[in-house]
Design a protein around this ligand. Structure first.
Ligand code: TXA
Ligand code: MG
Length: 336
């Protein structure tokens, strides 16, 4: 298959919509990461997404809508609390898990009676959905397990020849995937942290609970609320370890290692004698989120034996970064 490169203007958007209406798969930019879009009404289109990504069969997809008028084609019930959160955070990087409508293809939710839905803020993403006239299921546009794509080049590196087209647009502003909140549980449950923080959500839903899987590895055989959280994920090919400790302890540790790369805070730079890439200031979760996936991909090109990452905080947007990195490290954290 030849993957067409489309422009992010009206012409490219119209071409993408035609492919999607004919059950094809197109990588599109969103404000979080690039997504691999397909018609959420078509089992045939959804199966192509799973094949292109090599995605585990039990991991459901997020459905994207362009405007609130589309919500009734995705969910069977839009509760008052869902409406409150949508009013506060849509369009934007928040996904809500709700009861699924009959119209959404069975293969989107992989047998669950719920569906995850969001309205992206990225203009091109919304215009593609609108032009196609159907809600679009879109997981991150990477090979399953590798770091999520924040540029069109990342998509091409993983999926060239495996998908119908990619819209060539700029780099994703947020850099990590959307926050996922389940509203089918009582109390509501944070399944995946993102740019919309737990603290921000609690202003509207003070009883929000943070799912155990956000920060720790599910036990073998344990049923997880969000199937995507149980897999090793976001990993470069080089081995990754997360290092938790002070600036001084981190520097002492990594400076002694051979042929390693440190991924550090900007504050660490001055103490390091080894090779490093910094991913933002310690308290700047937004900068960390924006750069981390790109740095993990870059790290793989440097021929190192190991990547040691200074662990981010577990608050604000940094919680989202921690959640991704602990998976990249297969849940191995060295506490100094
Ligand atoms: O920012 C994003 O959400 C990006 C862009 C492209 O919009 N998409 C994305 O999709 O991250 P994906 O497939 O990589 O992640 C979907 C996550 C998985 O953790 C999955 O388990 C969870 O959402 N999910 C989907 N449907 C669900 C459901 N019905 N119940 C619980 N979790 C669900
Ligand atoms: Mg993904």
């Amino acid at each position: 298959m030849i993957t067409a490169r489309l422009t992010d203007d009206n012409k490219g958007i119209a071409a993408a919509a035609d492919i999607l209406k004919a059950d094809g798969v197109v990588a599109i930019p969103t404000e979080t990461v690039y997504g691999l879009a397909a018609s959420a009404f078509s089992d045939k289109a959804i199966e192509k997404v799973f094949i292109a990504k090599g995605r585990p069969q039990d991991n459901p997809l997020i459905v994207h809508i362009s405007d609130i008028g589309m919500i009734s084609s995705a969910v069977s019930e839009f509760s008052p609390i869902a409406k409150t959160l949508a009013d506060a955070f849509w369009p934007g990087p928040l996904t809500l898990v709700l009861k699924k409508s009959e119209r959404i293809a069975e293969s989107v939710s992989r047998g669950l009676d719920t569906v995850a839905v969001r309205m992206p803020s990225h203009k091109v993403a919304r215009e593609v959905i609108k032009a196609a006239g159907i809600p679009l299921a879109a997981p991150s546009a990477n090979i399953s397990g590798s770091p999520s794509p924040t540029t069109a080049d990342h998509v091409i590196a993983d999926l060239d020849g495996r998908i119908d087209a990619v819209i060539m647009s700029g780099s994703s502003e947020v850099g990590v995937e959307s926050t996922v909140v389940s509203l089918v549980t009582d109390p509501p449950r944070l399944l995946r942290p993102g740019r919309v923080t737990a603290e921000e959500l609690m202003e509207y839903i003070p009883n929000l609970v943070i799912d155990k899987a956000v920060l720790s590895e599910p036990e073998k055989g344990e049923k997880v609320a969000s199937p995507g959280m149980k897999y090793k994920h976001y990993s470069p090919k080089t081995e990754v370890l997360l290092i938790s400790g002070s600036e001084e302890a981190f520097a002492d540790f990594v400076n002694k290692q051979e042929n390693c790369l440190a991924i550090c805070f900007t504050e660490d730079e001055k103490s390091l004698t080894c090779d490093y890439l910094s991913y933002g200031a310690k308290t700047d979760g937004e900068a960390q989120a924006k750069s981390i996936f790109s740095l993990l991909r870059k790290a793989d090109t440097l021929g190192k034996d190991k990547i040691y990452i200074h662990a981010p905080e577990k608050t604000g947007v940094s919680l989202a970064v921690y959640n991704r990195l602990i998976r990249a490290a297969a849940f191995r954290v060295i506490e100094l």
